[in-house]
Design a protein around this ligand. Structure first.
Ligand code: SF4
Length: 93
């Protein structure tokens, strides 16, 4: 399961890009990290290195389909964010 990248939280430090052993993260033209979904192998080394908690571990049944998400999109999907984890609002946390 790939991580969720939160656009507004990313400060463009590049730590997640540097640590990923599969080159599954890239910086876009605005210096925001974005996921290359097909390359992700669920390594999770990107999550703890992010200084702003912009890289989230999603719920087990959430399918990551976008390279980067906005905070509004995350809210609209019914997710809440606690630290580096995201949870469904209705489900147990
Ligand atoms: S580690 Fe976090 S802040 Fe740094 S580029 Fe990656 S997502 Fe952005």
């Amino acid at each position: 399961m790939p991580p969720i990248i939160v656009q507004e939280k990313c400060i463009g430090c590049g730590a997640c890009v540097a640590v990923c052993p599969y080159q599954a993260l890239e910086m876009d033209e605005d210096n925001i990290a974005e996921l290359v979904i097909d390359k992700c192998k669920d390594d999770w080394s990107c999550v703890p290195v992010c200084p702003t908690e912009a890289v989230l571990k999603p719920p087990a049944d959430f399918k990551v389909t976008k390279r980067v998400y906005t905070e509004k999109e995350i809210e609209q999907m019914g997710l809440i964010v606690k630290g580096t984890n995201a949870f469904w609002k209705e489900k147990k946390e």
